[in-house]
Design a protein. Structure first.
Length: 182
């Protein structure tokens, strides 16, 4: 009789342990799904400024009047010209760096010089962006300035990362690539 009661107790202990493990596993899975949803919603709420028709974007977001629109259009035109040139220079420097690294005897001094120039170009691009923002801010009223600031904060949250090997989705050779290399 004692063995029958012990047997029943053990079965109930096993049932309780299985139920506990199952509920814990489901809880972890549920919370992981919730975290993914929150992360996706955060990405969706970030304002993405289009590279084309930027003036229209600002007109709609900031409710610009015609005079402000003309100022923004000119600022955007000047910014695009200068940023385009810097971006092209950066691309040429990256290609030169890759060719040098891929050569038979890479010259470390030349690579150091290239990276220094890349850094200078990045600094110039950021300074250009700061000037662009400050000029736009000057053309705005207080409410528009707040909204402009929110737009730039949202844009700054975008990822600027180098392509590194990552687990998950795979590209060529088992690596996932991110083409954001400013």
């Amino acid at each position: 009789m004692a063995t029958k009661n012990t047997y029943r107790i053990l079965i109930w202990v096993i049932v309780i342990l299985v139920a506990t493990n199952l509920s814990m596993g489901l809880s972890f899975w549920y919370h992981k799904q919730q975290d993914k949803k929150v992360a996706e919603q955060g990405e969706e709420t970030a304002v993405e400024m289009p590279s084309q028709q930027r003036t229209r974007f600002f007109r709609e977001q900031l409710n610009l009047n015609q005079e402000q629109l003309d100022i923004f259009r000119e600022l955007n035109r000047d910014y695009n010209r200068a940023a385009w040139q810097i971006t092209n220079d950066l691309e040429a420097l990256r290609i030169e760096m890759i060719k040098e690294m891929g050569g038979e005897n890479p010259d470390q001094k030349k690579l150091d010089s290239i990276t220094k120039h890349i850094g200078e170009h990045h600094t110039n691009l950021k300074q250009l962006t700061i000037g662009y923002y400050m000029d736009m801010k000057e053309a705005c009223d207080e409410d528009q300035q707040e909204k402009l600031n929110e737009i730039f904060i949202s844009m700054s949250k975008t990822k600027e990362e180098v392509a590194l090997p990552q687990q998950g989705r795979r590209g060529r050779g088992g690596y996932r690539y991110n083409n954001n290399t400013n």
